[in-house]
Design a protein around this ligand. Structure first.
Ligand code: FAD
Length: 502
């Protein structure tokens, strides 16, 4: 192949516009970039909760954070609250960021486990500033001048309107040279000799040729699946939720700096507070619940009036067998989708884009480059898959066929090993650059009732009274920091309130 010149992005949902914006920013006109999207087909229209890595993506684009939040009706997210997941009535928070501080060799939870066994420790929630602040409805950005204090270690992400985010990025990309074409792709040409994609044809007859094709066409996988025939690995035996029904509701006073996830008889329901409305959705397993019942449950649990009609989404949890094949790279839903729990959809897009930037082909499509891209993609997806499965597997619930199924199912060996290791002595190791850090695993394992038989034996190096002092010191410092933090709604009103909608 001659030098790579033209890139065609098929699809203008979050995946398409995030790719276009980042390419425009980093490649600075090196390539001609055309994005095709179809107004008639539209986008999936969900994807409102994120994880802290999105901050880096926005920073790399050079977006001003307050301006971005104003334009997307955004709010802040310190973590996710899981209600009724372990058993009806249970609640815990997966807060982003650190938990307490390490003492000697060990992480905070080992000392907590020891003191808890002796009845001398409070709830685990009390050792994370993110969790404590979330439950107190408080938010502030970390203080850069206090790196050693919990207040310097607040980690946060955002809730935002996905449609407005895509629109913001569309403006950004087009201002930097990306060409948008509205139209429906009706044909994809594959070169008979090489098997490479060569062009797409739009419904008005225009033919758009390119050297590299990014498939951002959503679940249909127009290029990678339909044109190149790359199959899909179905993970629904581990992740049985395969449908969702979503509806926004009017903004309520419960403007939480966290996403709420509440377990339901055959799945769970999300609640995401934005400035102009609250996003709600019920994710469920079609094998265990029909659409009508799922919608009734969703509507029954809204805390304000719904806005518009509920929308149904059907998906297959799993991944594309290869995300990069010849001159086509699938990014977004076309590359796979687990389910919305733990809000990793947009993150997978972001990391796919940055991985591709690091492995950009030049005058050829080197097999080793493609293999490395696919290896990294597989690893990332499998570790996130394990983390999501953990929430279902580690439950005491047996009150419905769905919960009995997930409680009793076999899980991937990679996850079974992690659970067994933690259950023994509370040990957890982040593998290579897997997405979720030890703190995330620890909070979800403990929250889901995987309590280690004993802490790491090294806790006995420290006298119990010293441990008790250390834990109450951590708690007291966090309490003091949280007391300094403003109310979330007040913080948003002051720093990034969106103008009223017209
Ligand atoms: P889409 O939004 O479906 O976009 C596809 C694009 O391709 C559209 O522009 C469409 O017009 C175009 N297209 C398709 N066919 C053609 C054609 N023939 N011709 C021209 N154009 C075409 N992620 C998170 O990070 N956080 C969340 O909280 C979250 N919640 C979710 C909840 C649910 C129920 C689901 C299903 C997903 C959720 N996600 C979430 C994932 C997130 O929504 C997606 O990762 C994200 O929106 C990216 O979608 P996409 O751009 O790949 O696909």
């Amino acid at each position: 192949m001659a030098q790579l010149k033209r890139i065609l992005i098929a699809g203008g949902g979050s995946a398409g516009w995030m790719t276009a914006a980042m390419f425009a920013r980093l490649f600075k006109g090196l390539y001609e970039i055309v994005l095709v999207e179809s107004d008639a087909i539209g986008t999936v229209g969900v994807g409102e909760a994120t994880i802290p890595a999105i901050k880096k993506f926005n920073e790399l684009l050079g977006l001003d954070e307050d301006d971005f939040l104003r334009r997307t009706q955004g709010s802040f997210k310190l973590g996710i609250q899981f209600n009724d997941w372990l058993r009806p009535g249970s609640s815990y928070v997966h807060g982003f960021g650190v938990i307490g501080r390490d003492l000697e060799w060990l992480r905070c939870h080992h000392y907590w486990l020891k003191m808890r066994a002796e009845g001398r420790a409070g709830d685990f929630d009390r050792y994370s500033i993110n969790t404590w602040a979330a439950l107190a409805n408080r938010f502030m950005r970390p203080r850069a001048d206090m790196p050693d204090s919990p207040i310097g270690q607040i980690a946060y992400a955002f809730h935002f309107d996905a449609g407005l985010y895509a629109a913001l990025l569309a403006d950004y990309a087009q201002a930097r040279g990306v060409v948008r074409r509205e139209g429906r792709i009706v044909d994809v040409a594959v070169d008979g000799d090489s098997g490479f994609l060569s062009a797409v044809t739009l419904d008005d007859g225009e033919v758009l040729a390119a050297d590299l094709f990014i498939d951002c066409s959503g679940f249909r996988g127009l290029l990678i699946g339909q044109a190149l025939g790359i199959g899909y690995e179905d993970w629904s035996h581990w992740l049985p939720c395969d449908r969702a029904v979503a509806v926004p509701s009017e903004r309520s006073d419960d403007f939480t700096p966290y996403t709420r996830s509440t377990a339901r008889p055959a799945g769970w329901q999300w609640r995401i507070p934005l400035q102009h409305r609250t996003g709600n959705g019920h994710v469920y397993a079609s094998r265990h619940m029909d659409d009508a019942e799922a919608e009734t449950i969703l509507l029954r649990h809204l805390d304000a009036a719904p806005v518009g009609e509920p929308r149904r989404l059907i998906f297959t949890p799993g991944r594309r067998r290869a995300a990069w094949v010849r001159n086509c790279v699938a990014v977004g839903l076309s590359a796979g989708f687990l389910e919305p729990l733990e809000s990793t959809g947009l993150h997978l897009i972001q990391s796919a884009i940055l991985r591709l930037v690091r492995l950009m082909p030049d005058a050829g499509f080197d097999p080793a480059t493609i293999a490395e891209y696919n290896r990294q993609t597989d690893f990332e997806m499998e570790r996130i898959r394990d983390f999501v499965i953990l929430h279902y597997k580690a439950t005491e619930r047996g009150d419905t066929p769905f919960w009995r199924h997930v409680r009793d199912m076999d899980v991937p060996d990679t996850l079974a090993r992690k659970i067994a290791l933690f259950a023994a002595n509370g040990r957890i190791f982040r593998e290579d650059d897997e997405l979720f850090a030890e703190e995330s695993w620890i909070q979800v394992l403990i929250g889901q009732g995987v309590v280690p038989r004993a802490p790491d034996p090294l806790v006995d190096v420290t006298p119990p009274d010293e441990i008790a002092r250390y834990l109450s010191d951590v708690e007291a410092v966090i309490a003091k920091c949280v007391a300094l933090m403003p109310n979330h709604a007040a913080f948003v009103a002051r720093s990034c309130a969106a103008p009223p909608l017209t």
